[in-house]
Write a protein that binds this ligand. Structure first.
Ligand code: COA
Length: 190
């Protein structure tokens, strides 16, 4: 079972539920989330399908997504993409609902997830890519203590064309930027 991960301050990362469909639909109606995650959603059925796809990806150990929930209500998403337990690496993904932004939710949730990925999954490297035009995500990466490693030219395809992408990453052996609530539990792919 995909575990809950405690973030602290009433925030918990928990697996998505079918009843979260309205929150997911709302998220992918946000132009910034559509833009940077390169997808939109128009119906509750699409949101339900998005939610229903995660357990299989957890089971095969290739990706995972959690609702960032406050008082059990989703305020965002944090997840691991391109997950490889063999390579001990993954890429971080996050978005936060418009009304919840600017309160440190993305940074705290992503830090708790990264700590869990190092300590429980045993990952060695967690990376993060964002368009060079996405200044807020670059700031989140800096707050997370993910040093910039360079610019990947024309590597992200967005609705308006190819974007240069900043690559950031943290290694398990890097000094942690700060304490976070770390949940324990199952590994994917088992
Ligand atoms: C990026 C995103 C997840 C940040 O969520 P959040 O909960 O507001 O993030 P945090 O509060 O932890 O940190 C955001 C930081 O970016 C800063 N910021 C916000 N907008 C900014 C902008 N346009 N330019 C520069 N910095 C910006 C904030 O001031 C804050 O920094 P601070 O704490 O030093 O003041 C959210 O804006 C979002 O969902 N955006 C759309 C989807 C997206 O971009 N996902 C990432 C794809 S790589």
């Amino acid at each position: 079972m995909q575990p809950d991960i405690d973030v602290g301050d009433r925030l918990i990362l928990r697996p998505w539920r079918e009843s979260d469909a309205d929150a997911v639909l709302k998220a992918f109606s946000c132009p910034e989330i559509q833009r940077w995650h390169v997808r939109r959603m128009d119906t509750r059925d699409e949101a339900r399908d998005w939610i229903a796809g995660w357990p299989a990806r957890w089971d095969d150990g290739t990706a995972a997504s959690w609702a960032i929930s406050r008082d059990d209500e989703p305020v965002g998403q944090a997840g691991l993409r391109n997950l490889s337990l063999h390579e001990a690496s993954a890429a971080l993904s996050y978005w936060v609902l418009l009304e919840a932004r600017g309160a440190g939710i993305a940074a705290r949730a992503a830090r708790a997830l990264t700590d869990w990925a190092f300590e429980t999954l045993g990952l060695h490297r967690v990376s993060l890519e964002h368009s060079t035009a996405n200044a807020a995500s670059c700031r989140v990466a800096a707050k997370l203590g993910f040093p910039a490693e360079g610019t990947l030219r024309g590597s992200g395809r967005h609705a308006d064309g190819w974007h240069d992408m900043h690559l950031h990453a943290r290694l398990r052996t890097d000094v942690s930027p700060g304490a976070s609530g770390v949940g324990r539990g199952a590994r994917p792919g088992r």
